[in-house]
Design a protein around this ligand. Sequence first.
Ligand SMILES: Nc1nc2c(ncn2[C@@H]2O[C@H](COP(=O)(O)OP(=O)(O)O)[C@@H](O)[C@H]2O)c(=O)[nH]1
Ligand SMILES: [Mg+2]
Length: 480
Amino acid sequence: MSGSGGPALARRTRVLLEQALELYRDSARATTWLRRHLARLDDPLRLAVLGPQSCGKSTLVNALAGERVAPIEVAGWQPPAWYRAAPEARAVGYPRSAPPFELAVRRAEQEVWLDGEAAPGPVDRVELDWPNRALRELTLVDTPGLDRAEAAPVVEGVSTEADAVLFLLPNPAQADLGFLRATRQHPIARAAPVHALAVLSRADELGGGRVDALISARKVARRHRREGETGLLCQDVVAVAGLPAAAGRTLREPEFAALAELARVPKAELEPYLLSADRLAGPEFPAPVDAGTRAGLLERFGLFGVRLASTLLRREAGSQAELAARLVARSGLDELRESVGRYLTGRRPVLKARAALIALEVVLRMEPRPGSAALAAELERVVAGAHEFRELRALAELRGGRVTLPDELRDDALRLLGDEGQAPAERLGMADAEAAEDGVLRQAAAVALRRWQQHAENPALGAAARRTAHTLVRTCEGLL
Ligand SMILES: Nc1nc2c(ncn2[C@@H]2O[C@H](COP(=O)(O)OP(=O)(O)O)[C@@H](O)[C@H]2O)c(=O)[nH]1
Ligand SMILES: [Mg+2]
């Protein structure tokens, strides 16, 4: 069923890679590369977290993992680190010009420690196998700052190894989108800019640090989704305060007890002490919580997180579990996870195929030989014909508000694009029993096709909406 999800593109990609393996069977380098990318198709989605120094990458990795796993340090620097679900903990370092070696790994005080003694020098990356359910669908890659000169080549490597990226922008107004633009120089990447989500990170600061900071940060995110370059390069723009999110997901009983103690102080009395780190840690603090504990809260939650937690405890969250859940929701993490599900893990075969096609293009370009031009032409045809990419872009444009349709058309369009499930019956909005009857699905698809053919020719809809309608015509043809 072409055009109705991942399978068609995924199958074609696999065939292309196998043809390439045949063509390059006498080149050890190409074969190793191709085999690796072929094997990758069956792995969980690899998501790299990228952005400038100190923008909150490692903190966000922890928030997504629901555990403090980042950062890790080897030989005095924090290399790109892969976090991959596995039954047993294990860490392997990859130096640039020496064989990989195993690092002793242990967990202490709820953090991960690597023993870098065995490291012969700086490593290009560390791969960490780690028992964690959240990682089963998503391998996370924490990276050094994009703006660090020594990190540039390493981070570039990460971007060919990752299937998707979270691009962190602590300062959306002065965002440096150079990296995202550069990844679009690649012809396949340009044809399919469907692998990135922008995160307005440290969103509490973006929103001025008040308890309602996330509300204004969300407005900024919405604007970037609708207009400007960030939303062109990314499928979604989401505001997240990673620090309180990570603290919420890993909230411990003593922390809860201390925060509850704070929240018992009358609001007017407490508030002046939550305005600066100095006052929070200072000797006049009006709650019976010792200075060391307060310093710990500050480090784990940030000033905004402490303020938010005490407000939540006063208003709505009575128990530790409630506080944890509300911190996570208020920090924007739930929205980010939803977006990751909708655009990334939910479209894993498409993104896997995209990454593999990019890898194949590299081989064909680097090692030209008789037969490679024909394969390159076939690759180009597969990319140009990949309706899955266009559907994903159309979905993002509609949801983000770059393209508008009247409400009932919009709902129909989102459903057909697979937003409520990618099986044909789900796209056509039919119950299973109904869809099981002979010919019913076909008929529904034919009706949808005629409808969208008309919309595609309707001048009242405007050019962008008509383009979306054309995409839906192809989707309906695929369903037929
Ligand atoms: N206010 C605030 N600070 C944050 C947030 N996330 C991270 N930070 C702080 O920013 C600093 C850098 O965070 P880190 O995750 O190490 O950034 P990285 O260098 O991008 O990995 C640390 O001091 C964090 O506590 C956030 O959401 N809000
Ligand atoms: Mg970091």
